[in-house]
Design a protein around this ligand. Structure first.
Ligand code: IPM
Ligand code: MN
Length: 356
């Protein structure tokens, strides 16, 4: 297969972890006879510094023109403590999601048995966890009307959802549930919010189209609690943008490290794959960041965007081997000795090339 992939390394540890995912993908291409053309493009703080905007048009056209986008991370501390900054790296991420029409963000949480004791939660509670969040990504409070009034002393952000925006992500949730254990949880705050009531009403109206799916409706505060108490009771969860942002960070630590979980954002145009973690500026340039979430994001890309399941399975298997051998970065080290970001990328790509 001939593939063109847009490569958006972004800020912080983005370039370091992306480099490892490229090595691993190139090893896969060599092994299975594919040809990958990588097209690098700038985003985030790097793009602000170079051209004054975090998601330049040129980057957008490169993404639209590619078969998939592999993305590192966005964000820089010089903007975090400056609430009056006019342009912020995160605006690039939101613009990219909106312009690429990436309305469905798929964020799995699963357990690597060899890391079960790295989780902050007791192993008997998490041992069977295998869940997927579908987070709505291009609407809600992230994109609603916002502003200040009363000479700046009152601020507001509004959460608006249209029925069709809810329906398209809910259908993805139903379809995903069909391919898994036929359980779907709709997470909302319908006891308080009107937008949540429309979510619930819309999901309910779709139930007859998927008679095999058992749907539960739960309030977001209760889900936050049950994710810790009994996470294995969930399978597919569908929710709006802000609830999804918060709950997926919570869920990601169940697996033991934020550096492990991949994600996909899918929608109208090219799909985008990225690690769940952020730009982790403290680790930038130190060669200590965990590249596995990005490598696993590349695996998701092979499987979901290109239908290359054997390729994805090989990446996942070798990642699992590295963990079993305790060949890990600092965040996962049990002994005090650990490998660098580069070491992990090299080890995994060599194993792929040598595999039978
Ligand atoms: C995420 C991030 C972003 C979000 C930020 C960086 C804008 O936290 O991808 O979850 O809130 O969506
Ligand atoms: Mn987030």
């Amino acid at each position: 297969m001939k593939l063109q992939i847009a490569l958006l390394a972004g800020d912080g540890i983005g370039p370091e972890v992306i480099e490892q995912a490229v090595k691993v993908s190139d090893a896969i291409a060599k092994k299975f006879g594919h040809e990958i053309k990588w097209i690098p493009a700038i985003t985030g703080a790097e793009a602000i510094d170079k051209v004054g905007t975090p998601y330049p048009d040129e980057t957008h056209y490169i993404c639209l023109d590619s078969d998939a986008v592999l993305f590192g991370a966005i964000g820089h501390p010089k903007y975090d403590n400056n609430p009056s900054a006019k342009v912020r790296p995160e605006q690039g991420l939101l613009k990219m999601r909106k312009e690429l029409g990436l309305y469905a963000n798929v964020r799995p949480t699963f357990i690597f048995p060899s890391l079960i004791d790295k989780s902050p939660i007791k192993s008997e509670i998490i041992k069977d966890v295998d869940l997927i969040f579908l987070r709505e990504l291009t609407s809600g409070i992230y994109f609603g009307e916002r502003g200040r009034k009363d000479q700046g002393n009152t601020a507001y952000d509004t959460c608006t959802y249209r029925r069709n925006e809810i329906e398209r992500i809910a259908r993805k949730g139903f379809e995903m549930a069909m391919s898994r254990s036929k359980k779907l949880c709709c997470v909302d705050k319908a006891n308080v919010l009107e937008s949540s009531r429309l979510w619930r009403e819309t999901v309910q109206s779709l139930e007859p189209d998927y008679p095999e799916i058992k749907v539960s409706y739960e309030f977001v505060d209760a889900v936050a609690m049950r994710l810790i108490q009994w996470p294995s009771s969930y399978d597919v969860l569908v929710t709006e943008n802000l609830f999804g942002d918060i709950l997926t960070d919570e869920a990601s630590v169940i697996s033991g490290s934020m550096g492990l979980m991949p994600s996909a954002s899918i929608g109208k145009n090219t799909s985008l794959y990225e690690p769940i973690h952020g730009s982790y500026p403290e680790a930038q340039g130190k060669n200590i960041a965990n590249p596995l979430a990005t490598i696993l994001s590349a695996a998701m890309m092979f499987e979901d965007s290109f239908g290359l399941k054997s390729e994805a399975d090989l990446i996942k298997k070798v990642v699992n081997d590295s963990l079993e051998l305790n060949y890990v970065t600092k965040d996962l080290s049990k002994t005090g000795s650990y490998k660098s970001t580069d070491d992990i990328g090299n080890w995994i790509s060599n194993k792929i090339l040598k595999s039978k």
